[in-house]
Design a protein around this ligand. Structure first.
Ligand code: TXA
Ligand code: MG
Length: 325
């Protein structure tokens, strides 16, 4: 696999039906031409993803949305005006000619405009939208750098467009439209309140855990190889596993570094900034996972706004919850 910043090279591979690693502001995607069923099949095979999970289409301008979606609600246009390019995915009615491989036969297509200069440059140069799931094998942690994509898929895809580290570091917020309401299926850094600011008189509700088919709702998601233990008391968990080699994921101060069983520490944000923590979370999980430790230990985030979203990611990645309180 080549890591390159050449949009031209990426375009060449995609036009030939190839699949490439695509940088976005959230996480890297595994991208192919939406109109090319062979390319879409490759994506599912490379990722080992069940066919029942549809893909997100990535676009650079509104005409590309209209080429794949129909009956677009006025609310969708308002939200796009506010949040695109950016980490908001909207599920719309698919035009009948959109390949069912991309929609999993649901009749809907998820769409977003990524906020990444290389991705936008590439999409603007292409005569077709790109479908792309996150560029990780099914059930593994999403990649937030070109090197992560490389270590997952070297030998399987020809190129990853190297756009550096993903700024947001968490998958996009996914919403759909039901009757006159907005349904949040997966939350990223764009929150319910952010959405309500644009469409204040609209019912906005969550439907995150109920539907097996829905965005990221699988329990075993984003998991590292190393067991991840979440705890509500770092001190107690560190004492309990005093013979283990532990990688510690902390937020704020590094006071626990005195324990001798700690082999590595990654501080998600010394300033306690949850946005900064979000942008580091997957990268640090990847790093700690590569160190051959016995376990990774992480404390739950404060349960506010983004903290709840981050806790959800941690819980999905974890093998155990050490509860003391
Ligand atoms: O930030 C992101 O959204 C990244 C970057 C690459 O854009 N993409 C991403 O894709 O996270 P993926 O495939 O890993 O997660 C998308 C989720 C999946 O759980 C999929 O089942 C769901 O969205 N999804 C996609 N299309 C859908 C649809 N039409 N209806 C319901 N769920 C859909
Ligand atoms: Mg994914």
């Amino acid at each position: 696999m080549i890591l390159s910043t050449s949009v031209q090279l990426a375009k060449t591979y995609l036009e030939k039906g190839g699949v490439i690693g695509l940088p976005t502001e959230t996480v890297y995607g595994l991208a192919g031409n939406i109109w090319d069923q062979e390319a879409i099949n490759k994506i599912f095979t490379i990722k080992e993803r069940p066919k029942s999970h549809p893909l997100i289409a990535h676009v650079a301008h509104w005409e590309q949305v209209e080429s794949i979606a129909t009956n677009i609600p006025a609310m969708a246009q308002l939200l796009a005006d506010k949040f695109w390019p950016g980490p908001l995915t909207m599920i719309l009615s698919a035009k009948p000619n959109v390949p069912s491989e991309a929609t999993a036969g649901l009749g809907t297509i998820a769409v977003r405009m990524p906020e990444h200069p290389l991705a936008l440059k590439l999409l603007s140069a292409l005569p077709f939208p790109l479908v792309a799931p996150s560029a990780n094998p099914f059930g593994k942690i999403s990649p937030t750098s070109a090197m992560h994509v490389f270590s997952y898929f070297k030998g399987k895809i020809p190129l990853t467009l190297d756009g550096g580290n993903c700024k947001v570091g968490l998958e996009s917020t996914i919403i759909g439209f039901k009757d006159d309401a907005v349904v949040i299926y997966r939350q990223g850094i764009i929150s319910k309140d952010d959405i309500l600011e644009v469409i204040p008189n609209t019912a906005v509700y969550y439907d995150i855990d109920n539907q097996s088919n829905y965005p990221g709702s699988h329990r075993a998601h984003y998991a590292p190889k190393t067991p991840l233990i979440i705890t509500d008391s770092l001190a107690e968990t560190l004492e309990k596993y005093d013979n283990s080699k532990i990688g510690l994921l902390v937020l704020g101060s590094d006071t626990e570094s005195t324990y001798s069983n700690i082999a590595a520490i990654r501080n998600l944000s010394k300033a306690n900034d949850l946005k900064e923590a979000a942008s580091n979370l997957y990268a640090f999980l990847h790093e700690l996972d590569s160190l051959n430790l016995d376990m990774i230990v992480a404390e739950l985030f404060p349960a506010s706004d983004l903290g709840i979203v981050l806790n959800d990611k941690l819980i999905r990645a974890s093998s155990q919850f050490d509860q003391h309180a």
